[in-house]
Write a protein that binds this ligand. Structure first.
Ligand SMILES: *Cc1c(COP(=O)(O)O)cnc(C)c1O
Length: 375
C-alpha cells in the first residue's frame, strides 16, 4: 500500500535533473535516508532501479575479478547475490542453511578462517522467500577481524525492523522502495561506508557495469560537483522523499513496534488454522510472514479466492517452497489492524467452506487476544 501523500507527490510537475530545486530535494532524500539507515555515511543515495539494482550496485562496485566473496545462502535472494558475484568475476563461497533457517555466525567465522583472503561477506537481512530474520549485530566486527567488507540486503527490512548500518559495521547496505518504505517500485536506497568507498577508489579494474558505476554516480550526488551521469527518475525521487518523511514522522521505534504488533496478531490467528511458521523460532520477520499451508488445503485455490472474492493478495512459495507456503507481507502502510482481521476472517470463511476448519471465529479471537496483550 502506498500512502496518498506519496501518490500526490508523484504527480507534482517535473523539474530538470540539474534544476537547483531538484538538487535540494536530492539533498533532503539523502538526509532522510541516513536517518532511516541509521548512518552518517556521506555516500547515501537512491540508485535508479529496483531493489535488484541496489544488490547489483553493491556487489559489482566492490568486487573485482578473482575476489572471493562469502555469501549466506538460505533462500532466493542469497542465491541471487551469489549469481551476481559470479557474473562480476568473483568467486562465491556459499555458506548455506536450510530455507527458513538463519546463517549461524560461527559457521561464517569458520568459512572466513578457511577461505583465506576474502573481499566481502554478503548477507540477506530479511529473506523474503522464507521470512527468516538474519541477526547482524556482530557480523560487522567479525568481518573486520578478517579484513572483509560486510554487504547487507535490507530490501524487506528497511523501514520495518531496525537496520543500524553504523552500529553494526555494515559497509554496503541496499534496499528497495516498494517493500517497507511503501513507495512504488523504482529506486534502490544504497549506503556505502568510508571503507567501502576506499575499496571502490582502489580498484585496479573498471566497474563492470557502466550504469551502476558508483564512482561516477557519486559525482552527481555530491554538492558542488553535480556532474551528469544519467537522468534521474524525477517523479520517483519526489515519491521517495515523501515516503521517507512519513517514516520519520511516525518515528522508527513506533514503526518497528507497529510491525511487531500486527505480525504477532496475524501469526496467532494463523496458528489456529494450522498454519505453522516456516522460519526458525526467534528469527521471524514481522514484515514477511511465511507459514506452511496445512496438508489437504488447496494452496493456489485459497490465494485465488482471496484475490477474487476479497481483494487480498498474498504470496505463494518461491523455488523449493512453491506450493508449500504462503508469504504474507505486512510491510509499511500495509501493516495495519484492518488488514490482519480482514485476511483472517477471509481465510476462516474459505477454510470453513471447504471443510478444512470446523468453525469460524477462532482465528479472529486469537488475533484479538494478541492485540489485547501486546503493548
Ligand atoms: C524484493 C527483494 C529484492 C529484489 O528487489 P526488486 O525490487 O524485486 O528488484 C532483493 N532482495 C530481497 C530480500 C527482496 O525481498
Amino acid at each position: 500500500m502506498v500512502h496518498p501523500r506519496v501518490l500526490r507527490a508523484m504527480s507534482t510537475p517535473l523539474l530538470g535533473h540539474l534544476d537547483p530545486e531538484f538538487l535540494t530535494i536530492m539533498n533532503q532524500v539523502q538526509t532522510l535516508l541516513r536517518a532511516v539507515f541509521e548512518t552518517q555515511n556521506p555516500f547515501t543515495i537512491a540508485v535508479s532501479g529496483t531493489g535488484s539494482a541496489g544488490m547489483e550496485a553493491a556487489l559489482v562496485n566492490l568486487i573485482e575479478p578473482g575476489d572471493q566473496v562469502i555469501v549466506g545462502v538460505n533462500g532466493v535472494f542469497g542465491t541471487r547475490m551469489a549469481d551476481i558475484v559470479g557474473r562480476a568475476g568473483g568467486r562465491s563461497v556459499k555458506v548455506e542453511a536450510p530455507w527458513g533457517q538463519i546463517i549461524d555466525l560461527p559457521r561464517l567465522e569458520g568459512a572466513l578462517k578457511q577461505a583465506g583472503a576474502v573481499k566481502a561477506v554478503a548477507l540477506v537481512h530479511a529473506e523474503t522467500s522464507t521470512g527468516a530474520h538474519q541477526p547482524l549485530e556482530d557480523a560487522g566486527a567479525l568481518c573486520r577481524r578478517h579484513g572483509a567488507l560486510l554487504i547487507v540486503d535490507a530490501v524487506t527490512s528497511l523501514g520495518g525492523v531496525p537496520v543500524q548500518v553504523d552500529a553494526w559495521g555494515i559497509d554496503a547496505c541496499y534496499s528497495g522502495t516498494q517493500k517497507c518504505l511503501s513507495c512504488p517500485p523504482g529506486l534502490a536506497p544504497l549506503t556505502l561506508s568510508p571503507r567501502a568507498l576506499e575499496t571502490l577508489k582502489a580498484r585496479k579494474t573498471k566497474v563492470q557495469s557502466w550504469y551502476l558505476d558508483m564512482s561516477m554516480i557519486a559525482d552527481y550526488w555530491t554538492e558542488g560537483k553535480r556532474a551528469y551521469h544519467h537522468t534521474a527518475p524525477i517523479s520517483m525521487v519526489y515519491a521517495l522523499r515523501e515516503a521517507l518523511r512519513l517514516v520519520v514522522e511516525e518515528g522508527l521505534e513506533a514503526r518497528f513496534a507497529r510491525h511487531r504488533r500486527h505480525s504477532a496478531a496475524l501469526m496467532a490467528g494463523l496458528a489456529t488454522l494450522g498454519c505453522e511458521p516456516q522460519a526458525q523460532a526467534g528469527h521471524r520477520l514481522p514484515t514477511l510472514n511465511c507459514v506452511h499451508v496445512p496438508s489437504g488445503v488447496d494452496e493456489a485455490g485459497v490465494r485465488k479466492s482471496l484475490l477474487a472474492e476479497f481483494g487480498i493478495e498474498i504470496g505463494g512459495g518461491l523455488g523449493p517452497l512453491a506450493g508449500q507456503v504462503w508469504r504474507i507481507g505486512l510491510m509499511g502502510e500495509s501493516s495495519r489492524h484492518e488488514h490482519v482481521v480482514t485476511l483472517l476472517s477471509a481465510l476462516e470463511q474459505i477454510f470453513r467452506r471447504h471443510g478444512w476448519a470446523k468453525q469460524t471465529g477462532h482465528a479472529l479471537a486469537a488475533a484479538h487476544q494478541s492485540y489485547a496483550t501486546s503493548a
